[in-house]
Design a protein. Structure first.
Length: 154
C-alpha cells in the first residue's frame, strides 16, 4: 500500500535513510559520511510541510518498507527558466530486504500521480553515478537525462 507518511513512521524511515546513506557512503566516501539525511526532528517538520510530501510503501502490517521524499518546485519570474511546476524526488528507498519486488516502481508511480494531481509539468531527480542500480531503475521507469552534473577532484 502507498500512503502519506505519518509521525509513527519516523523510526522506520530513519532506518531506511541509513540504508540509502550507506549506499552513497560506500560509493563516494570522499563526499558522504556515515549517518542519515534527516534527524527525527527534521522528519517531523517535513511531515507538516505540504510542499514536501513524503510517500511511503507499507506491508500488510502497515510497516514502512519504502519511502519517496518529494519537493514541489516552481521558478516564478525567473530570468531564463519558464514558470513550470516540478515534482522533484529528493530521495527514494526500498528496504534492502524487499528490493526487486516492484515496490520502488509503486512508489515512483505514486510520485508521478502526485505530480499530475498537483499540476506539475515534469518529475525530476538526481541520481549519483556511484549508484548504477538506481540509474537503471529510473531508466526502466522511463526517465531520461535532463542534464549532466560533472566534477574534477583536486
Amino acid at each position: 500500500m502507498i500512503r502519506y507518511a505519518r509521525e509513527k513512521d519516523i523510526p522506520r524511515i530513519g532506518e531506511l535513510l541509513c540504508q540509502v546513506d550507506l549506499i552513497h557512503h560506500n560509493g563516494r566516501p570522499d563526499i558522504f559520511k556515515v549517518g542519515r539525511k534527516y534527524s527525527d526532528e527534521e522528519l517531523l517538520a517535513l511531515l507538516g510541510d505540504e510542499g514536501r510530501p513524503i510517500l511511503v510503501a507499507t506491508d500488510d502490517e502497515d510497516t514502512v518498507i519504502g519511502y519517496c521524499f518529494c519537493i514541489l518546485q516552481q521558478h516564478k519570474d525567473d530570468a531564463v527558466l519558464t514558470d513550470v511546476k516540478t515534482l522533484y524526488i529528493d530521495d527514494l528507498c526500498v528496504d534492502e530486504t524487499v528490493r526487486g519486488k516492484g515496490i520502488g516502481k509503486l512508489l515512483y508511480d505514486a510520485a508521478v500521480a502526485l505530480a499530475g494531481e498537483k499540476g506539475c509539468y515534469n518529475l525530476t531527480l538526481n541520481v549519483w553515478a556511484c549508484n548504477p542500480s538506481a540509474q537503471r531503475f529510473y531508466e526502466k521507469c522511463g526517465m531520461v537525462p535532463q542534464k549532466t552534473y560533472m566534477e574534477t577532484i583536486l
